[in-house]
Design a protein around this ligand. Structure first.
Ligand SMILES: *[C@@H]1O[C@H](CO)[C@@H](O)[C@H](O)[C@H]1NC(C)=O
Ligand SMILES: *[C@@H]1O[C@H](CO)[C@@H](O)[C@H](O)[C@H]1NC(C)=O
Ligand SMILES: *[C@@H]1O[C@H](CO)[C@@H](O)[C@H](O)[C@H]1NC(C)=O
Ligand SMILES: *[C@@H]1O[C@H](CO)[C@@H](O)[C@H](O)[C@H]1NC(C)=O
Ligand SMILES: *[C@@H]1O[C@H](CO)[C@@H](O)[C@H](O)[C@H]1NC(C)=O
Length: 521
């Protein structure tokens, strides 16, 4: 190992350069960054979180039988998309800012969208491409062509497979299928599974620990999503809403898959020992599968969901179900384009970008690495750090001239741990500081909406943190699409919880895995 290390010409060159620069500035040795505060994300979790939005696609026999939960007895002949085009799905995802596509390769009905060796209840037995097709293969190829990450959902609950209910046999069956999926289609960046199970379904155990270990062995960079991590957690509701307090910290050992505690999942745990950020799943339509009678949500509704998911330190996974032609419908395409235009209109101009920034203190010996002005650069790798042990943590922004805004964006360098518990933004209005907005938790990204304020001077005060707070970005924006209603609802739904979440002890639940989530998927 060592010999290899020293023999690399690049590394030895790097070593020489860093040795030189150290000795030439020995008079003011730079202070290293502060220590991270555990838990912190893995490299895969960090990459995952920065992608912000993923597209989920529910597709299968349910699309053709107009159902949400198939019985597992639909004839494979129903699966007959007339013009299935996974490239259209990928183009739609790419054009609208989604970094990843996740598809239902097998839903609860047990029908496989790839030709699995372990069952004939699959595309093999369908008329589509005379049984020679592979939707998962086409999906993976389209994702790669458009530079999107690939994610696969494989339902644990299987209403078709005869061995379902036999714990040993079905766990083997599930892992056999998972192995096909994770070895045939290149890099898989997310594996999605849920605890959904209907009333009256046969009782059996899922060997989650073995599943997770094998998934990570086959695809080391894959994020595993479930009610309980290990890499990302279900947010606990299907509205796409996170709590207005939302920690990526969580105790995996306090939750069982199929038995989430909604508030715990929505808000996370400031004392949690595991890094398990939340993923907010929601469908663009009332159902998860496409139904001719249903219409997509409006673009402003999607915007509201964006604020309550991405804007609350979470990943938004938006379900956009293909229709019976095998294409994303025109209505959905229009709504997505409008949603994209609105986001661009709001967030492309940061009104604070030319501010002069100062702070109550700065870490280090006068070098600029931890300077307050770093918060103007939209990157988690440049940040403001206060002097260790400072009595207060304040950032002052002089906007140069009076500016009106109604949205605040904040970010923490989460690679150093999630730190901020409480903060508020003040603005000078009529000659004195007034509080514009109070908030709890920042994390990777926090967006807050409030009534429009006009001012030249603002200050961000961090009221409480788990350790010296680090801030990597402050932005001010104008949103002329959200309504005052959105703000009121924000307060009503969550304000009562803000103070209770931190200290509350969550009951630890034990019990059998029975019904799981009911309305889901
Ligand atoms: C699938 O069908 C073929 C042809 O009928 C049969 O030989 C094979 O055993 C079946 N496989 C499974 C897993 O049922
Ligand atoms: C999470 O685990 C930590 C460490 O064991 C513990 O202090 C904390 O109380 C736990 N959180 C909950 C909600 O039980
Ligand atoms: C599916 O969507 C496409 C647009 O992408 C449209 O042309 C087609 O008519 C739709 N099919 C159905 C059955 O609505
Ligand atoms: C910031 O300054 C640049 C360069 O002068 C200018 O192009 C930009 O419009 C300014 N931004 C704002 C929000 O005023
Ligand atoms: C912020 O919180 C303070 C104290 O908790 C309260 O007095 C103030 O009204 C709040 N301001 C806003 C804008 O919510």
């Amino acid at each position: 190992m060592r010999i290899k290390f020293l023999s690399s010409p690049h590394l030895s060159l790097l070593l020489t350069i860093s040795t030189l620069s150290l000795s030439s500035c020995s008079l003011s040795v730079p202070l290293p960054p502060p220590l991270p505060i555990l838990p912190i994300p893995t490299a895969s979790q960090l990459r995952w979180q920065q992608s912000e939005m993923a597209m989920l696609l529910h597709f299968g026999p349910n699309t053709f039988t107009d159902s949400e939960w198939g019985t597992g007895h639909a004839d494979p002949s129903v699966f007959a998309p007339s013009s299935l085009d996974t490239r259209q799905w990928a183009r739609t995802a790419k054009e609208n800012g989604f970094a990843r596509m996740v598809m239902t390769t097998k839903h609860h009905d047990g029908f496989c969208l790839w030709p699995s060796a372990y069952t004939n209840y699959s595309v093999k037995s369908s008329p589509w491409l005379d049984g020679e097709g592979d939707v998962v293969g086409d999906f993976a190829a389209a994702a790669e062509e458009f530079g999107l990450e690939l994610g696969l959902y494989l339902s644990p609950w299987d209403r078709h497979e005869p061995c379902y209910g036999n714990t040993q046999k079905y766990n083997e069956y599930y892992l056999g299928q998972m192995t096909e999926l994770l070895t045939r289609y290149g890099d898989v960046k997310e594996v999605w599974l849920d605890g959904a199970k209907g009333e009256g379904a046969k009782y059996m155990d899922y060997y989650f620990d073995r599943w997770f270990k094998l998934i990570h062995q086959l695809q080391p960079n894959a994020i595993i999503f479930s009610d309980d991590g290990p890499d990302s957690r279900w947010v606990g509701d299907e509205a796409g809403f996170a709590g207005s307090t939302c920690w990526s910290l969580f105790n995996i050992s306090d939750v069982e898959i199929g038995h989430t505690i909604e508030e715990y999942s929505e808000q996370g745990d400031p004392e949690g020992t595991d890094w398990v950020p939340a993923e907010c799943d929601v469908s663009i339509r009332p159902g998860w599968f496409w139904h001719s009678s249903e219409k997509p949500k409006s673009a402003t509704t999607l915007l509201d969901i964006y604020y309550r998911s991405v804007g609350r330190n979470c990943l938004l996974i938006l379900n956009v179900p293909p229709n019976t032609s095998g294409l994303i419908s025109n209505e959905d395409l229009h709504v997505l384009a409008e949603f994209t235009n609105i986001r661009t209109a709001i967030f492309s101009i940061n009104l604070a970008e030319n501010s002069t920034v100062s702070s109550s203190s700065v870490r280090g010996n006068g070098d600029t690495r931890f300077d307050a002005s770093n918060v103007l650069e939209e990157s988690i790798y440049s940040y403001w750090a206060p002097k260790e042990g400072s009595p207060e943590w304040v950032l002052h922004l002089n906007l140069g001239k009076p500016i009106s805004f109604n949205v605040l964006q904040l970010q923490e360098p989460i690679q150093m741990g999630q730190r901020v518990i409480r903060f508020h933004l003040d603005a000078i209005v009529d000659g004195e500081y007034k509080t514009v907005i109070n908030g709890t938790t920042i994390g990777y990204k926090r967006l807050l909406r409030f009534p429009s304020v006009e001012t030249r001077f603002v200050r961000l005060i961090i009221d409480e943190a788990r350790a010296d707070p680090l801030i990597s970005f402050i932005g001010l924006f104008v949103d002329s699409y959200s309504t005052t209603n959105d703000l009121d609802e924000d307060d009503k739904r969550f304000s009562s919880k803000i103070n209770t979440v931190v200290r509350r002890q969550w009951p630890r639940r034990h019990g059998q895995f029975l019904n799981g989530r009911t309305a889901e998927m």
